[in-house]
Design a protein around this ligand. Structure first.
Ligand code: ATP
Ligand code: MG
Ligand code: FE
Length: 341
């Protein structure tokens, strides 16, 4: 089936056409980053208004680029949640109207299922699989026992990784979003300012980044008091190494414990060079197949929503036309229904 997919959960307006859950026919992303940068983060009201301004144009452009006629579409997919409620609402209303006008089924889709199934756009997912989700709002280890069935085995107890990156970057006076700046600085460093790792209980797959963030902030203050330049590559390096060591170690342990055949990396922080390099090296040593989407499919985009929605399309599990945007939508509950093992 060919799905038209819409994503407006945060600050990217995106529309894509995806065939068979694996093949991208078009994937247009309009980022609002420049607009929000002056405020140091995403302003919800502005995000909603920008989505309203662009969504119709994006839908037309994505259809045109794909050369798919509306009558050849199989369904309309849209991010139902989680995300900013006002932003989600714009995509949901646009998708519903389009589905109603063309008499197509509607598929409300989970944003994080989308990030995970971005991997289906670049390779074959084999089960059981473990997904390491690292984004601006989420840090989770997810077990996929079967296709479309999600179980969260670990999650952050405080900040998400992307959030921690952005806060540290802000303390170092970098503009929003700061993740890529810290990543670059860490690679330039010739020394490492060692920082603690939050392993939590020995058997836990949970994460915590707020202690590390505080340690970074106090290291920055110490530098300032000693009259050293506050932007220290060694601190960025220490922060990045601590984050990556914990993420990679827990992900590899989960693959082993759950007998997974593969590790999937996803979410905006999957664009991080250090994380990609470390996971590639450790999975290589341990013989674990690893999938990592290219950067454009790691950050928010509608193609990933089309890929995840396809799981529901093949099973004819559609959403009612009175579906509501749900900023607290649960990933586990979004799993495909039926097929109990
Ligand atoms: P969620 O998916 O949880 O709703 P989101 O959609 O806002 O959150 P994404 O767009 O998936 O998040 O990711 C954005 C985050 O990724 C930002 O916090 C940004 O700083 C971070 N990021 C992007 N590139 C890098 C990088 N190279 N290193 C570290 N972090 C990065
Ligand atoms: Mg974003
Ligand atoms: Fe996202």
């Amino acid at each position: 089936g060919i799905l038209l997919a819409v994503e407006t959960s945060c600050d990217e307006t995106s529309v894509a056409l995806v065939r068979g859950g694996t093949e991208i026919l078009s994937n247009l992303v309009s980022s609002q980053i420049e607009t929000h940068r002056q405020f140091g983060g995403v302003v919800p009201e502005i995000a909603s208004r920008k989505h309203v301004e662009t969504i119709t144009l994006m839908m037309e452009a994505a259809l045109r680029e794909s050369r798919v006629a509306p009558r050849d579409l199989s369904a309309v997919a849209v991010t139902q949640g989680p995300g900013l409620v006002g932003a989600l609402l714009v995509g949901v209303v646009a998708a519903k109207s389009f589905a109603m006008a063309l008499d197509l089924p509607l598929i409300g889709t989970h944003h994080i299922a989308g990030h995970i199934y971005a991997n289906a756009l670049i390779g074959e997912i084999v089960y059981p699989s473990i997904a390491l989700v690292v984004s601006g709002g989420h840090t989770e280890l997810v077990l996929l026992e079967r296709e479309g069935v999600f179980r969260i085995i670990g999650r952050t107890r405080d900040d998400a990784v992307g959030e921690a990156y952005d806060k540290v970057a802000r303390a170092l006076q970098f503009p929003y979003p700061g993740g890529p700046h810290i990543d670059r600085l860490a690679h330039e460093a010739t020394e490492v300012n060692e920082l603690p790792r939050a392993w939590l209980e020995p058997d836990s797959y949970d994460f915590s980044f707020s202690g590390l963030k505080s340690a970074v902030l106090s290291a920055i203050n110490q530098s300032k008091m000693k009259g050293e330049p506050p932007v220290r590559p060694s601190i960025a390096r220490g922060f990045q190494e601590s984050v990556i060591d914990v993420l990679a170690t827990k992900a590899v342990r989960a693959v082993r414990e759950f007998g997974a055949k593969q590790l999937l990396l996803c979410g905006g922080v999957a664009a991080n060079r250090g994380l990609r390099e470390t996971l590639t090296a450790r999975c290589g040593e341990q013989g674990i197949p690893l999938l990592i989407p290219p950067n454009a499919l790691c950050t928010d985009n509608a193609a990933m929503i089309g890929a995840a929605a396809h799981l529901k399309w093949t099973r004819q599990q559609f959403s009612p036309l009175d579906m509501k945007a749900d900023p607290a939508l649960s990933l586990e509950e979004w799993s495909v229904r039926g097929e109990e093992a």
